[in-house]
Design a binder for this molecule. Structure first.
Ligand code: NAP
Length: 321
């Protein structure tokens, strides 16, 4: 038997209850991973509420990010063996649990110098930010990028990717601790996105040329005003948005700007392969360094969901089953 969070109805964080359930058996190319840490992502809260296009069939165990050790393998597994340390990039049975069934294609090796809690903060943040920066905006060394919302999981990963790729990086956070963290992770400047003047300040920080790219974490709040600090021919990637906005389309004409939407759910297999390779290389040369802000027990899963939406970010929230 094992403990797992089971969601039996969509709703508020409290619908996540810890239950005793049978230990699943891996078949075919599946493996059973003992989960030492599970990553909490905003998308987990949208799925739990039932408001997301990919809302899972009930009942289900949340979580696709995690890290742990393999404790059993299906008969057709070729890439992994019992005892391997891995991080998950998806899960069949969910990672908010003591153990999780994954297909071997959903796993990658976790180097010894990365803790399990850090490993749980790899997949969604680094894959999303990599796709936004390099596969959507096609960022190049020497360009300036604004990571608009840089203190959370995706934002800090974006800061690390962009600074190691030779971009000039500007990040934003609403807390001083968040701004310090952004600077310590390689950003050249940090601003407060709750300051109504920060768009002008960022414009001035670029010497009046504007940022080439904006990675936008809250488009429903910022998309209209992003144009105040965007360079001509600039690109904006909408990574996060939690509502609607009144928008002036002429802004895109004046600057011949491009607005790109992205969802990791849509990444095709070749894009996924590129992301896996980049993360593997980044873990090896230590440019991928997940930052853990807080750990929760399985029983505290509901609190982790409240915190990821309501509190100021300083890295990743993880559940340690
Ligand atoms: P997170 O760890 O909770 O971080 C949220 C970030 O948003 C923090 O840096 C926060 O800064 C920032 N933020 C809050 N108010 C803001 C504002 N007015 N302007 C700009 N930024 C603001 O979440 P995450 O994992 O980094 O994810 C960030 C967003 O991307 C979420 O909306 C998530 O749903 C989305 N996402 C999308 C994809 C995709 O495939 N498109 C994948 C993963 C995540 P402070 O806390 O310092 O205020």
């Amino acid at each position: 038997m094992m403990k797992a969070i089971i969601v039996r109805e969509y709703g508020p964080p409290e619908v996540m209850a810890v239950e005793e359930t049978n230990l699943p058996e891996p078949v075919g190319t599946q493996v059973l991973v003992k989960i030492h840490a599970a990553g909490v992502n905003p998308v987990d809260t949208y799925l739990r509420s039932g408001i997301h296009a990919h809302a899972p069939k009930l009942p289900y165990t949340p979580g696709k990010d995690g890290a742990g050790t393999i404790i059993s393998v299906g008969p057709n597994v070729t890439r992994f063996a019992i005892g391997d340390r891995v991080y998950t990039a998806g899960s069949i049975s969910g990672t908010y649990a003591e153990n999780s069934i994954c297909d071997e294609t959903q796993l990658d090796r976790l180097p010894d110098n990365i803790s399990f809690a850090e490993g749980a903060g790899i997949w969604t943040p680094y894959a999303t930010s990599y796709r936004a920066l390099f596969q959507k905006a096609e960022c190049k060394a020497g360009e300036t990028v604004l990571i608009h919302g840089a203190s959370g999981g995706v934002g800090l990963a974006a800061v690390q990717w962009a600074s190691s790729a030779g971009l000039r990086v500007i990040g934003t956070a609403s807390s001083e601790e968040g701004r310090d963290l952004i600077l310590r992770n390689g950003a050249d400047a940090a601003f407060d996105h709750t300051d109504i003047d920060h768009f002008t300040d960022i414009w001035e920080a670029t010497g009046g040329s504007g940022v080439d790219v904006i990675i936008e974490m809250l488009a429903n709040v910022n998309l209209e005003r992003d144009f105040e600090c965007l360079s001509p021919f600039g690109r904006i990637v909408v990574v996060g948005s939690r509502g609607s906005i009144e928008f002036t389309p002429r802004l895109t004409m004046t600057k011949e700007a491009t607005i790109l939407g992205m969802s990791l759910f849509n990444a095709p297999p070749d894009a996924m392969d590129e992301i896996h390779k980049a993360i593997g290389y980044g873990l090896k040369n230590e440019t991928v360094r997940p930052i853990v802000a807080k750990e929760y027990s399985l029983e505290e899963a509901a609190q982790s969901h409240r915190d990821i939406i309501e509190t100021k970010a300083t890295g990743k929230l993880v559940i340690v089953p």
